[in-house]
Design a protein around this ligand. Structure first.
Ligand code: TRP
Ligand code: ZN
Length: 880
């Protein structure tokens, strides 16, 4: 068992490891009732460690120790101490060999950390600290060892036996058993270890690298999924090529393997040469996967592949440095996705996620810097801040240096640190050394939590033809951090003249060739910038392309926003102006009588988007989406959920009623264009058509109903079928809703990924997803408390996306969530801790909600023997 004392780990307590492991030789005997793990480690004292007398301490978790021997001599019980989470060997020399045999029970492992079973196969998840659930080991990323792994199992049940590196030997054993031995030539931290054993089909492909090496690509899936591999393999090849072209990075082993498993705590894992994926993030066919799934798969396959350099070849010194690999790798996969589709649309999607979820995290009790200074349970720190804000921080370096110097910096970083375990500071240093820029102040982005607020005021001096921007920055206090220092913020701006054109930005009156866009570098609490030769008061285009993860405050008028929506040359700001206009209109309606008129220019603006075919349709598809309920809530202090959701629904209904004809025309104009293609153009058509359908059903339009029913029955792909289902489920056509749900389940009950969609369409629906309906889903035979995807699809989606029902006034939604967190805490603490998130920001809600949320958190806190995972989140959320 894991210890129940709750200890905080601090970055400033980091010490180099006292012992290093040069080589580890593993032998796994896999059986139905458990697994025996033999580990022989070549260990030596770390010459860099000060303590030359230290005893050896290895990490362990849920292990049964069978034997231990030092240099071939079995140790007597007095020579070592097994404390459960630590194995201590008292007397060791400077260099020795240690063999440990442990017994583990993968079939009973519901935590899904270490070695476990998922639909009959054995698989592993070792990040962050799962390797210690397999054997005793110095389980920290700065101990890098060469691994060789022999797997023995029943040949009929487990014909496929995989681990990292190259398969060097295989053979038959007695009793119908067989073995395969794998050797990984690259030293790696234990968190990158992987093992898979199962009855899987193999899909083969190949890739020729830039230096003409042939790489075997292999994907392993359960036989029923054999037709769902093509998209992942195509995505992988695109990612491999892209990393060569953009970063000069070539793949280093002869084999690259991908495995799909149904039970997985996260999206996927970058184990060296053997990536393991959650089925929902890798398997696709056009009849079962939506466009969103196709895009997610391409991005995640690329992300895990990119880790081979940013994470595996150069890894983290300790877990405080997690964003070293995650922030940089998310940045790399975002660049990749931009290059594969529309860069502006990708930027809009990234900024939406950041502003909705990361800003919320950064304003709540779990706020932490991109490089945290302390943690209790590291798994709780795989956060939007580490990943998404970490990506933005790398992106700002890219903006400040420009693409050429950034590439020089990444080359230097990989060259300098290949094979090492390093820090975020080493990354910044490489960027500095390659570019000659001083990033001292910039480093505060890694140290200070909280979202900077940029307040902008402007002034126009008609006589001098000078336009002045006054810009202040302020970083709010966060737990444990007050009175922060100003950060180095790249703030991209443009100025639109009366015709909506960009004009030269002369910061100096004598300048004659000035650029029309500038990245202003904010470094002080307050700056004033003067732009010369400005003929008339311009409309400022602020924070173009979302050049920094900050909130901007400026007193936009609705005229200005309409103008920007139409003319801004920056696509991101054209979209953002539309969002700000919609937010302003929605907020102004909260708690107003239902006859309060709705801004007519909003209807005009949306009408224009729906009818002007000269506009970039991918952008139109984005601009037509109203800001989400979650984002609207995030923008409010003392948020009134019912009031905000009602106001948003009023605006949505008003737009749909007034633009009914345009929506029907949009639906038909973007009609089905034949066989499914996951191209950006085809996806845009489907998005437009399906948003139009969603709006029509939102107002219970009869023509929309007929279109939806037809599309539901005749759709040639899952995007269209599930969009029709969703539209019907969110309408008041109750009979159609019930029938469509029943038919859909009947048709797809054998496909877990589709059943997950079926669950989440219902759990997210304000109309179909009342608490009783959601409770009924938990009783459904397809629901499984052991499968994280099912839990997320019902409980997670209800609490995160069905705000009106989750925040029911009687607190029933909160109590429901709390009860299930408590029940999951025993079986899967990582998943339980993630489910606490919707309750953590209780202080931000209006009085009526606050109480119930807090009480629900307290009920979780009061459970006996909480896991460290849930303990940390709940206690930090309730702390003053
Ligand atoms: N390194 C993985 C990624 O970002 C994240 C991950 C996968 C993970 N599985 C996990 C993190 C389990 C913690 C626990 O691609
Ligand atoms: Zn990652």
């Amino acid at each position: 068992m894991r210890t129940q004392e709750h200890r905080t780990i601090y970055l400033n307590e980091y010490r180099v490891p006292m012992f290093l492991v040069d080589h580890v030789d593993l032998r796994f005997e896999l059986f139905e009732e458990g697994a025996r793990v033999h580990s022989t480690m070549k260990i030596r004292r770390n010459p860099d460690s000060e303590d030359r007398e230290a005893r050896l301490e290895l990490d362990g978790d849920s292990l049964t120790l069978e034997t231990i021997s030092l240099n071939g001599q079995t140790l007597a019980s007095g020579d070592y101490e097994d404390k459960g989470d630590k194995l201590i060997v008292r007397e060791v020399s400077d260099e020795f060999s240690l063999t440990i045999v442990t017994w583990i029970e993968p079939q009973n492992n519901t935590r899904l950390e270490g070695l476990y079973k998922s639909s009959g196969m054995f698989c592993t998840q070792c990040e962050a600290q799962g390797f210690r659930c397999i054997t005793f080991f110095p389980d920290r990323p700065d101990v890098m060892a060469r691994f060789s792994t022999r797997i023995e199992a029943d040949k009929a049940l487990y014909p496929i036996l995989l681990s990292n590196g190259n398969d060097v030997e295989r053979g038959e054993l007695d009793d119908g058993r067989h073995f395969v031995t794998w050797e990984d030539p690259f030293p790696k931290p234990s968190y990158l270890f992987a093992l898979v054993a199962g009855d899987l089909v193999e899909k083969k492909d190949r890739f020729t690298t830039m230096s003409a090496r042939e790489i075997d690509l292999r994907m392993y899936v359960e036989p029923r999924n054999s037709e769902k591999c093509e998209h992942a393999l195509d995505s992988l090849k695109r990612a491999m090529r892209w990393d060569e072209e953009v970063y000069g990075r070539e793949y280093d082993l002869d084999i690259f393997m991908i495995v799909a498993v149904d039970d997985f705590n996260m999206g996927a894992m970058e184990n060296k040469g053997l990536n393991i994926f959650n089925s929902s993030c890798v398997l696709a066919s056009s009849d079962t996967a939506t466009d969103a799934a196709y895009q997610r798969i391409e991005a995640i396959v690329a992300h895990e592949y990119f880790h081979n350099w940013s994470g595996n070849r150069v890894t983290c010194r300790d877990w405080f440095q997690l964003s070293l690999k995650e922030g940089f790798t998310v940045f790399r996969d975002s660049q990749f996705s931009s290059d594969m589709g529309s860069a502006t649309v990708k930027r809009i999607e990234d900024a939406t996620l950041l502003r909705t979820a990361q800003f919320a995290e950064d304003a709540g009790p779990m706020a932490h810097p991109v490089r945290p200074a302390s943690y209790m349970e590291i798994t709780n720190f795989y956060t939007l801040t580490i990943y998404e804000k970490g990506c933005e921080v790398v992106g700002m370096i890219h903006t400040l240096l420009g693409p050429e110097l950034f590439r020089k910096g990444s080359d230097l970083y990989f060259e300098r640190h290949d094979g090492q375990a390093v820090t975020t500071d080493d990354f910044v240093k490489a960027m500095e050394d390659a570019s000659g820029r001083d990033l001292t102040q910039f480093r505060l982005w890694y140290e200070q939590a909280g979202t900077p607020v940029i307040s902008v005021e402007d002034e126009y001096d008609a006589e001098r033809k000078v336009y002045r921007l006054n810009i202040r920055q302020h970083i709010p206090d966060t737990p444990g951090q007050r009175n922060k220092k100003p950060q180095h913020i790249p703030f991209a701006v443009g100025l639109l003249n009366e015709r909506g054109e960009d004009q030269p930005l002369k910061l100096d009156a004598s300048e004659n060739e000035a650029p029309t866009e500038r990245v202003l570098e904010l470094t002080e609490a307050e700056h004033t910038f003067e732009f010369h030769d400005i003929e008339a008061r311009p409309v400022p285009s602020l924070l173009r392309n979302f050049s920094a993860p900050v909130r901007v405050r400026y007193a936009w008028t609705r005229e200005q926003l309409m103008f920007q929506m139409n003319y801004d040359s920056d696509g991101f700001n054209r979209w953002d102006a539309g969002q700000r206009l919609a937010i302003d209109v929605i907020q102004s309606l909260v708690h107003q009588p239902s006859e309060t008129p709705i801004e007519p220019r909003l209807v005009a603006a949306y009408g224009h988007l729906l009818t002007d075919s000269s506009l970039d349709q991918a952008m139109v598809a984005k601009m037509l989406q109203l800001p989400s309920e979650a984002y609207l809530l995030e923008l409010n202090d003392a948020a009134d959920v019912q009031g905000i959701c009602e106001a948003r629904t009023r605006v949505l209904n008003h737009l749909a009623l007034n633009l009914r004809e345009e929506l029907v025309a949009c639906y038909h104009r973007n009609g089905d264009s034949g066989p499914y293609q996951p191209t950006p153009e085809a996806m845009t058509r489907r998005t437009l058509r399906n948003s139009a359908l969603g709006w029509l059903l939102q107002i219970n339009d009869e023509e929309g109903r007929v279109l939806a029913l037809k599309q539901f029955r005749e759709a040639g792909n899952m995007t269209d079928q599930s969009a029709a289902l969703r539209a019907l489920v969110n309408s008041d056509f109750e009979d159609d809703r019930a029938r469509a749900l029943a038919d859909f389940y009947q048709q797809w009950q054998h496909d877990p990924q589709v059943v997950e969609q079926w669950f989440s369409v219902q759990a997210s629906s304000p109309k179909a997803g009342g608490l009783d309906a959601v409770k009924a889903l938990l009783e459904h035979k397809a629901f499984d408390w052991k499968n994280p995807n099912k839990i997320r699809a019902v409980v997670g989606v209800f609490a995160g996306q069905n705000l009106i029902n989750f925040h029911a006034r009687d607190a029933s939604g909160y109590n429901f969530l709390a009860r299930h967190i408590v029940r999951l805490d025993d079986s899967n603490p990582q998943i339980a801790a993630r489910l606490v998130a919707p309750l953590t920001r209780w202080r931000q809600y209006a009085e009526t909600y606050r109480h119930g949320m807090k009480a629900a958190l307290e009920s979780v806190r009061d459970k006996a023997s909480l896991s460290p995972d849930v303990y940390e989140v709940v206690h930090k959320s309730l702390a003053d």
